[in-house]
Ligand binder design. Sequence first.
Ligand code: CP
Ligand code: NVA
Length: 320
Amino acid sequence: MLQYETKIDAKQLKGKDFLTLLDFSSDEIFYLLELASKMKKEQKDGKISNVLQGRSLGMIFENASTRTRVSFEVGMTQLGGHALFLSPRDLQIGRGEPISDTAQVLSRYVDAIMVRTNSHEKVEELAKYSTVPVINALTDFYHPCQALADLLTIYEHKGSFQGNKLVYVGDGNNVAHSLVIAAAKVGMDIAVATPVGYEMNSDIIEKAQEVAKTTGATILITNDPIEAVSDADIIYTDVWASMGFESEQKEREEAFGPFQVNHSLVSYAKSDYIFLHCLPAHRGEEVTAEIIDDSKHSVIYDEAENRLHVQKAILASVIK
Ligand code: CP
Ligand code: NVA
């Protein structure tokens, strides 16, 4: 269990969209983490839950997924509900039906909609027209479910957020954006090192900095991976070419070389650092096999498992 006092009424999240952690207060984030931790323990203890009995989740995937799809689907089942996998190949949306109609029609059938797409605007449009909560399962801008699972993993392994330095090395992408917001919300120091030309979105950095002012977190943005990794408690990286950017793979490999998480780079971190990666990983690119497969530091499978627990907490909280 987390050692944070949360002062929120559980009902206040009912009906709320989960598009970015910016829309959630620090207390609401601590509440979700606490609930995820409780649900994780209950599942391990073999307790059966039926909080979402008779409820359905529509899952629209415009992009591939292993963890997100399986954890949402299993999560609904474990809570007594049901999930439908909806591929745009099969939906009329793939043949040009407007998002607004899709949102309003799906809202008449399902109790929440989860969506993965390259366009954050599409998710916002879906949420605008939907009368049931919409959950962002990754866009070009954000990956909030991942960041929540990352927070839970960090808390489990480090015992607190404050006093820890989280370092993200690599592409200034969706995962980096959500991570910097998550760290700011919980008051954890974060350093982000990206190559020149692959920095995070400046509006998102500004928003995270505003949040950090209220929680005491510090945010260091640099193009120097060694500066970022110095004294790191947690090192995080992600693929160099995200979904939708595969055609840039070759040019990215050149720019990102010095940002590889390898033995030499982690030597600047604290000796008890932990390594996180949202997965899928490309061994030999953003991280070497010796680092990601070193179970003394790497907690990637705990992190992947925590996707299930935090998403159950989100589903149980937002579905009416
Ligand atoms: N980390 C993550 O979102 O993985 P998938 O793409 O497999 O869902
Ligand atoms: N940044 C990666 C994350 C995959 C889970 C992507 O968008 O492809």
